[in-house]
Ligand binder design. Structure first.
Ligand code: OOG
Ligand code: MG
Length: 264
């Protein structure tokens, strides 16, 4: 049986990725079949995909940055950061099991998470103005689940795929960012009780506030502002780890506390 040819455009690409997620079926990169997919069009696919999720009842709760650290850029072989959407359906309770039965090939990465108290709109946002809009900071773990085989993709593919977003956990303790030096905030990533990676906040763009400024300024190019109350995941501090049955994945931060997910 031959695979039906897809007529590629923003709508069919968005639906193809939603179908891959829904049926837990990873696929080849879209750019393999649609080589003309450029970055601007890829963001339109991402927006269309989220519009369809919102249509189905999900609510936007914030944004995430991806590929903001060298560890992530080197692993994914892409040296350009990106932004993507977070919805309420992606929220996982701290300590909860990862719903692997609904996912393709989840991986987990530690992140520093901001909650905005003010609206933040680019262009021209600096780390200092970005930080002034932050109400609190938390420890986080992101569960990524690329819809592409073996997490192999080009930049437009991963942008279209909402940056592999799947689930995220916000935990630890609520902190006032003004009381912390987030560049020096350290994190140990543990799997099944062993430390597998470590990093400090400087891993993401030199400072998580730089990552936040980057998000505000790049979203401004598409006419989007960050809203008060939104969460911002500032990007994986370390390489992501595989989920292993029965093993807890723990991110232990110096001041932000500890956040845990359970491998199923
Ligand atoms: C892309 C998503 C990257 C991060 O924090 O860097 C990301 C991927 O690694 O599949 O979420
Ligand atoms: Mg991430």
């Amino acid at each position: 049986m031959s695979t039906p040819q897809i007529e590629w455009n923003v709508e069919t690409a968005a639906q193809t990725l939603l179908d891959a997620e829904g049926s837990r079926t990873d696929r080849h990169p879209i750019t393999a079949e649609w080589p003309d997919l450029d970055l601007a069009t890829a963001y339109r696919v991402q927006d269309e995909l989220i519009a369809r999720k919102v249509q189905a009842g999900e609510k936007i709760v914030g944004v995430k940055l991806g590929l903001t650290s060298r560890a992530k850029q080197q692993r994914m072989n892409i040296d350009s950061p990106l932004t993507a959407w977070l919805t309420d359906a992606m929220v996982l309770e701290a300590g909860a099991p990862i719903p692997t039965e609904k996912l393709i090939h989840p991986r987990v990465e530690p992140e520093i998470v901001f909650v905005l108290k003010d609206r933040l709109e680019g262009p021209g946002v600096t780390a200092a103005t970005a930080m002034a809009a932050v109400g609190s900071v938390y420890a986080g773990l992101e569960v990524i689940d690329s819809r592409f085989i073996d997490f192999k993709f080009a930049l437009p593919d991963v942008v279209a795929d909402n940056a592999s977003s799947s689930r995220f956990v916000v935990g630890g303790v609520e902190r006032d960012p003004k009381e912390l030096d987030l560049a020096l905030e350290s994190c140990l990533l543990q799997v099944g009780g062993s430390v597998v990676a470590s990093a400090t906040g400087a891993a993401v763009q030199g400072h998580p506030a730089e990552a936040l400024a980057l998000a505000a300024n790049s979203l401004a190019e598409r006419g989007i502002a960050l809203e008060a109350g939104w969460l911002v995941l500032t990007g994986g501090l370390t390489d992501a780890v595989f989920v292993e049955p029965g093993k807890q994945i723990v991110a232990e931060f110096a001041n932000l506390g500890t956040v845990i997910v359970a491998g199923e």
